[in-house]
Design a protein around this ligand. Structure first.
Ligand code: RB5
Length: 150
């Protein structure tokens, strides 16, 4: 059993991919905090980004994975939160680099734009890759603080 708790959230455009990713994570021994949505009914992606941001903030999960149709809306919504570094990725190279260089704590996938095999690979790489650290990456991440929090 992996002790990390991974939060998942999606709108209706990402709900099928969320089910796939949940199965993948549970199969690999992760605990999953599934924040919905749970069906095809139309919902608003900012509500699900906000729910996942809250779960990271209060420690219910250590990392998150968000999905909407393209991944665009829900990543914009997630990055409004100062403690979230959400990376919308389309391939495993981006999934690796968002951890190594950006220390992303949220992976974002497009449920209607990314194939299931690529999505699964992105999740694996995202969760298995460490932040590279080092002066230049840490300095840049420090500069990502919202202007009103700096
Ligand atoms: C919902 O139809 C769609 O707009 C949403 O899932 C997402 O793609 C927005 O960025």
């Amino acid at each position: 059993m992996n002790s990390q708790i991974i939060a998942l959230a999606a709108d209706h455009g990402g709900v099928e991919m969320k089910a796939l990713i949940r199965q993948e994570l549970e199969g690999r021994g992760y605990k999953v905090l599934d924040l919905g949505t749970d069906g095809p009914a139309s919902v608003d992606y900012p509500d699900f980004a906000d729910a996942l941001a809250a779960a990271l903030k209060d420690g219910r999960a250590s990392r998150g994975i968000l999905m909407c149709g393209t991944g665009i809306g829900i990543s914009i919504a997630a990055n409004r939160h100062g403690h979230v570094r959400a990376a919308l990725v389309h391939n495993v190279t981006e999934a690796r680099l968002c951890r190594e260089h950006n220390d992303a704590n949220v992976l974002v996938l497009g449920g209607r734009t990314l194939g299931p095999e690529v999505a699964r690979d992105c999740v694996k790489v995202f969760l298995d890759t460490a932040f590279e650290g080092g002066g230049r990456h840490e300095r840049r991440i420090a500069k990502l603080a919202k202007p009103d929090q700096a």
